[in-house]
Design a binder for this molecule. Structure first.
Ligand SMILES: Cc1cc2nc3c(=O)[nH]c(=O)nc-3n(C[C@H](O)[C@H](O)[C@H](O)COP(=O)(O)OP(=O)(O)OC[C@H]3O[C@@H](n4cnc5c(N)ncnc54)[C@H](O)[C@@H]3O)c2cc1C
Length: 336
């Protein structure tokens, strides 16, 4: 049994910053994440994209933000259970909790902070019968590191921002040797600027744009070699490629969190904005996983929610201790 003061379910940016805020209150944290790395959406979906609305950082790559949050949390020596989804929460008679993961790892603490973001998210996959055979053999649903595609031929499918942005990035920065963007309609759902940019790049021969088309088949010997495209008027087109990257978005699902007796609304956990507590005393929900009137799914809002929730958690653990807010400028950061 792993013992700690606060079990944080979800090691995304919000869960990581909560470790720092808990540390200032001398509370120890242990994070659980179903992913094998910390950082949540920032690490999993867009590590190389710049974020422009983190206070004090005019621009920071999502992956760099995660690295910095890890450094900021380090003095408080958080524990990690990574690569294991939290599947059960049991409330004991004394009001404390045991959180068990899918692999049976048990964690015990008086407080549970759920920072589960969008929950367990899965990519939307195109209905190509043998696509699973080529997963990690040239088929990827998320671009984690554009360098992976250096000098490679890439076929990207999709009509939203992700497909447009990555096509532009891989082609404009001359990372991929060839970028083909396939979309089933002749109009796109993404930002107008990005749509215009793709059209300009296509006009200049830097991107090959194939609209009114769908990728319907994949072929190759133990790795992808060809995609078969069905064009509305030209019929079947075959393109040789090293990668097929369908970017059709992610399907969020709360996963196990939905079955823990928490009040759920709009696929998120309802909280009291006084302290981001849930309907179960001792369990808080912060970041993208919660919902309340006026909720904004932004990293900075999650940082605020965690800070407030931890003050309340401290009062719950130590009802007789007075907690006076101390500035870090005055007290510094006293690690464990
Ligand atoms: C492409 C893109 C661009 C974005 N750009 C911006 C931006 O510019 N500015 C901004 O502020 N926000 C941006 N966002 C939103 C931002 O990423 C989220 O608001 C932020 O990641 C929320 O952080 P979080 O820690 O609450 O959740 P997440 O980052 O979603 O992390 C939650 C973690 O919880 C884990 N988890 C869930 N359920 C369980 C379980 N049962 N057991 C174990 N682990 C579990 C997940 O695996 C995940 O790692 C963007 C999002 C996307 C997709």
């Amino acid at each position: 049994m792993i013992e700690t003061d606060v079990i944080i379910i979800g090691a995304g940016p919000v869960g990581l910053f909560a470790v720092f805020e808990a540390g200032l209150l001398k509370l120890k944290c242990h994070l659980i994440d179903s992913l094998p790395i910390a950082g949540g959406q920032c690490s999993e979906i867009y590590p190389k994209k710049p974020i422009y609305d983190i206070p004090g950082f005019p621009s920071v790559l999502a992956g760099e933000l995660v690295d910095n949050l890890m450094k900021q949390a380090a003095p408080f020596k958080p524990g990690f259970t990574l690569g294991e989804a939290a599947t059960e929460i049991d409330k004991l008679e004394d009001g404390s909790f045991v959180v068990t993961t899918i692999k049976g790892t048990k964690h015990h603490a008086p407080i549970v902070m759920i920072a589960g973001g969008l929950g367990v998210f899965e990519p939307r996959k195109p209905p190509i019968t043998n696509i699973a055979d080529f997963e990690d053999k040239g088929v990827e649903y998320i671009i984690k590191d554009p360098e992976f595609y250096r000098g490679k031929r890439c076929v990207i499918a999709g009509g939203g921002d992700s497909a447009l942005d990555w096509s532009i990035f891989l082609a404009e920065k001359k990372i991929a040797s060839e970028v083909v963007l396939v979309h089933r309609s002749s109009s796109f759902r993404g930002h107008l600027d990005s749509v215009q940019k793709v059209i300009d790049l296509a006009d200049n021969g830097i991107i090959k744009l194939i609209t009114e088309s769908e990728v319907v088949g994949l072929a190759g010997n133990n790795k992808i070699e060809t995609v078969k495209i069905n064009h509305a008027t030209q019929g079947e087109i075959s393109i040789e490629t090293d990668h097929f990257i369908p970017l059709f978005g992610l399907k969020p699902s709360l996963g196990p969190i939905a079955s823990w007796g928490l009040e759920i609304e709009k696929n998120a956990i309802k909280v009291n904005t006084l302290d981001y507590s849930t309907n179960i005393q001792g369990i808080y929900a912060i970041g993208d996983v919660n919902v309340y009137e006026g909720k904004l799914k932004l990293i900075l809002c999650g940082f605020h929610e965690g800070t407030i929730a931890l003050q309340s958690a401290f009062a719950r653990i130590y009802p007789d201790k007075k907690n006076i807010l101390k500035y870090t400028t005055v007290n510094g950061v006293q690690g464990f």
